[in-house]
Design a protein around this ligand. Structure first.
Ligand code: MN
Length: 239
């Protein structure tokens, strides 16, 4: 676990992100931090982070987490981040690494399902089971390493999957819970407050009337997919 790659990619004279030089609160931090940062960079993605041995292990999840155990979400492992990065919400200047708007989408703690001493072994094996205690995400989850595409992603491709438990659901939580877990702001608000690209940030927020229309019936139906199809049919009938 090292922050060398993290530091190499960033110019801390320009970006407001933490430099990672602050002492990690290892000893005084009995619980392990869990955080998901919604990041409207070149592509919208969700950065999934788990504290382990003084850093945040990090995966970029393009579509964000799914509460549906039948849905596997690609999670590309990226460089370890400093633990205090987990509190970062704001604007990374355009032209800098990861330039764009960052939101703390969910935050809390996590517990390995195996003994914590076995986390390193689980990571090496490519099969990490854990419990999330967040504001939005709860219950049992797994990260499983998978075969990547091409040599550059070798060993970096994982799948993030919800286990079946009382927190499993077909709710599209990325769509229904789009606001910051710490400030309740949307990406557009964070960009505006931080002097960022407001229009770009807004494309990562739920889109206006049309989407709201397709979401409405979803609350009454158990399956998002079937209600979306129904909404489409309803719109077609109106014309
Ligand atoms: Mn990112």
């Amino acid at each position: 676990m090292t922050l060398a790659k993290y530091k190499e990619k960033r110019n801390f004279k320009v970006t407001p992100e933490p430099s990672g030089d602050a002492e990690a609160k290892k000893a005084t931090h009995p619980r392990l931090l869990y955080v998901i940062q919604k990041h409207r960079a070149t592509q919208l993605h969700y950065d999934f982070r788990l504290e382990f041995e003084g850093v945040l292990l990090s995966w970029a999840v393009p579509k964000g987490p799914s509460l549906d155990p039948s849905v596997k979400r690609l999670a590309m492992q990226v460089e370890d981040h400093p633990v205090d990065y987990g509190g970062f919400e704001g604007v990374i200047p355009e032209g800098e690494y990861g330039g764009g708007t960052v939101m703390v989408w969910d935050t809390g703690t996590w517990t390995p399902e195996s003994q914590s001493a076995d986390v390193a072994a689980a990571l090496k094996k490519g099969d990490l089971k854990f419990l999330l205690h967040g504001k939005k995400l709860h219950g049992s989850w797994v990260l499983v390493r998978t075969r990547g595409f091409g040599s550059s992603s070798a060993g970096k491709s994982w799948l993030l999957i919800k286990h079946r438990d009382e927190f499993a659901s077909t709710e599209d939580i990325a769509a229904t819970e789009p606001r910051s877990a710490v400030s309740k702001r949307l990406l557009v608000d964070i960009a505006r407050d931080g002097g960022g690209d407001v229009e770009k940030a807004a494309t990562g927020d739920p889109q206006t009337k049309q989407k709201a229309e397709t979401r409405k019936p979803a609350s009454k139906k158990p399956s998002v997919k079937s209600s979306a199809t129904q909404a489409k049919a309803t719109r077609g009938a109106k014309r």
